[in-house]
Design a binder for this molecule. Structure first.
Ligand code: PGA
Length: 250
């Protein structure tokens, strides 16, 4: 009913030749799986990555995008530029964009709206920080992030939205939310999407978990009913680890 997705966020890693080598290795080792498989190399390597994965079922996606059509935004990349090189999916709102580049919910609402307008699929990232969880505010924080950035969208937009719950305290730290914590939050997310829209919308949206997913913990996290795959950082940089994580979902 829902699409399972395993997406690798390569962040600011891999030169052009390293990107080519990792893509080739992944394509060669890719297991049969019902899950969609995506990887997000850096902007400068995207066009070549798309060409390289032309005959593979690995989808090459972008890590970020600007909300404007074009113009005086030095260093930025537009939706049309991504579409023009064959990119159909973009990660938006990653916690590193929020923490280091000042992206807030209002800005992200504009980015998601632009992606929807242009027909790009968004993988929208959100999640609480450690202090929020310690204070018992994690549900409140997540609800607020979704409401501000996404709940202004029309129902029709939701076919192009993938959610990625990434508790900030679990990203790159080796600390993982327990499968129970992930399931609890994913069920909550589905409930608030259902309340804001309809149950049909909530049942159809894929909700990925992200934060220190590894070959050792992937199967248990993915076995939870409301976890529809993962957004993988560090472990997506090694073909064998990423392939093991893809296997864990099928
Ligand atoms: P990690 O990163 O798997 O290295 O924790 C996840 C992410 O940032 O998407």
């Amino acid at each position: 009913m829902r699409t399972n997705i395993v997406a690798g966020n390569w962040k600011m890693n891999k030169t052009a030749s390293e990107t080519d080598a990792l893509l080739d290795e992944l394509a060669a080792k890719l297991p049969d799986s019902s899950a969609e498989v995506m990887v997000a190399p850096v902007f400068v390597n995207l066009a070549e990555a798309v060409r390289r994965m032309d005959t593979s079922r690995i989808e090459v996606i972008a890590q970020n995008m600007h909300f404007a059509d074009s113009g005086a935004f030095t260093g930025e990349v537009s939706a049309d530029m991504l579409l023009d090189i064959g990119i159909g999916t973009v990660i938006l709102g990653h916690s590193e964009r929020r923490a280091y580049f000042g992206e807030d919910d209002q800005l992200l609402a504009k980015k998601v709206a632009q992606a929807v307008k242009k027909g790009l699929r968004s993988i929208f990232c959100f999640g609480e920080e450690l202090q929020d969880r310690k204070a018992g505010k994690h549900f409140e924080v997540v609800a607020s992030q979704l409401k501000k950035a996404l709940f202004g969208l029309p129902v029709s937009a939701w076919g192009k939205i993938v959610l990625a719950y990434e508790p900030v305290w679990a990203i790159g730290t080796g600390e993982t939310a327990s499968p129970e914590q992930a399931q609890e939050m994913h069920a909550f997310i589905r409930k608030i999407v259902s309340d804001a829209y309809t149950d049909a919308v909530a049942q159809k949206v894929s909700i990925l978990y992200g934060g220190s997913v590894k070959p050792e913990n992937a199967a248990e996290i993915f076995s939870k009913p409301d976890v529809d795959g993962g957004l993988i950082g560090g472990a997506s940089l090694k073909a064998d680890d990423f392939v093991a994580i893809i296997r864990a979902i099928s």
